[in-house]
Write a protein that binds this ligand. Structure first.
Ligand code: SAM
Length: 323
């Protein structure tokens, strides 16, 4: 997957690439090594990731900068660094293996830890808040919506009955005892996988910031700039696909098959329809990428490129003239 991402950024113009989810800087280092014509700013809202990325990228000197920020602040950060445009943007969505593997963070159902799951540890809401304080209907909604958990209502009911829950181990026990044994035997993967994914997405409000961040990134792209997104579960994937479709069509609502008569102007074009599926060799296995085996999952969202045919006006903010 890293090689594929590196290749996708090969043709971008000279300039600044944002790695909006820099994490441990695996992608960032590979991009800087392979493409001497780019500079890179890595963003992450996790303090530990920022520290790790800063250390890992120090060997690139002033070609690399790391900022602690949420990726929907992308425009502000780019401007603060004195840039008007981006050569590229990379989003590798979700949780990192560092976060999952740190037993204190509470992201994993495999280690007993406080119910935390915050990427940004300065925010007040933790997994314990959701599990112990949200109404049962809201817990059920979160599990169904963000985890596609078919036993959402049953699990939510059991969670509320078992309050207060303090650790991931206690939560795993409640989930495991709630899902019928026959289903547990039939189903691949850990019974707590979907619940943990859902709680993590809710705690970090992960889905709401994707669309604004992608709009900002595409809006900042130079002609021939590229925006690449790796999405790993159906919730992320849907948001990315819908937005990219809108950018490709310029929001055209004319009947399919007929020539466009509404004057919509495409903003960007897809580089390819379907990127490769997650490869276990690159660590995108069930341990780190719990949803990556689902049919609608994997980095299927098309990477995008701004194109010389994209014109101003199709997106709400004023846009540059085509290059
Ligand atoms: C899948 S990891 C990225 C791994 C990285 N590509 C690498 O090569 O090491 C996702 C990272 O994005 C961060 N993240 C998730 N949502 C974010 C957001 N809205 N703003 C900033 N960082 C975010 C997480 O804290 C995590 O470190």
């Amino acid at each position: 997957m890293v090689d594929e991402v590196v290749e996708l950024f090969g043709p971008v113009p000279r300039g600044l690439v944002v790695d909006a989810t820099v994490g441990g800087a695996g992608h960032a280092q590979a991009l800087l090594e392979a493409h001497p014509h780019i500079q890179l700013v890595g963003l992450d809202r996790d303090e530990a990731a920022v520290a790790a990325a800063t250390t890992a990228l120090s060997r690139f000197g002033d070609r690399a900068t790391v900022r602690r920020a949420r990726f929907d602040d992308i425009t502000t950060i780019v401007r603060e660094l004195g840039h008007e445009r981006l050569a590229g943007a990379l989003f590798d969505l979700g949780v990192s293996s560092h976060q999952l593997d740190d037993p204190d963070r509470g992201f994993s159902y495999r280690a007993d830890a406080p119910l935390d799951m915050r990427m940004d540890r300065s925010q007040p809401t933790t997994a314990a808040t959701v599990v112990n304080e949200h109404p049962e209907t809201e817990v059920a909604r979160i599990l169904a919506r963000y985890g596609d958990e078919r036993f959402a209502r049953r699990i939510a009911h059991a969670i509320v009955a078992a309050r207060p829950l303090r650790t991931t181990g206690e939560l795993v026990e409640v989930i495991t005892s709630t899902i019928p044994a026959a289903v547990r035997r039939r189903t691949r993967g850990h019974p707590a996988r979907r619940t943990f994914q859902a709680l993590r997405i809710a705690v970090n409000n992960e889905l709401d910031v994707i669309e604004p961040a992608l709009r900002q990134s595409v809006d900042l792209l130079e002609p021939r700039g590229r925006c690449v997104v790796l999405a790993y579960h159906s919730g992320e994937d849907r948001i990315v696909k819908d937005l990219f479709r809108e950018l490709e069509t310029g929001g055209c609502e004319c009947p399919p098959g007929l020539p466009c008569a509404c004057g919509a102007v495409p903003v960007a074009r897809p580089l390819r329809r379907r990127a490769g599926r997650p490869s276990p060799r690159t660590g995108m296995t069930s341990a780190t990428r719990s949803s990556s085996r689902r049919p609608a999952s994997g980095p299927t969202a098309p990477p995008w490129s701004s194109s010389s045919s994209c014109a101003p006006g199709a997106m709400s903010p004023p846009r540059r003239s085509p290059g």
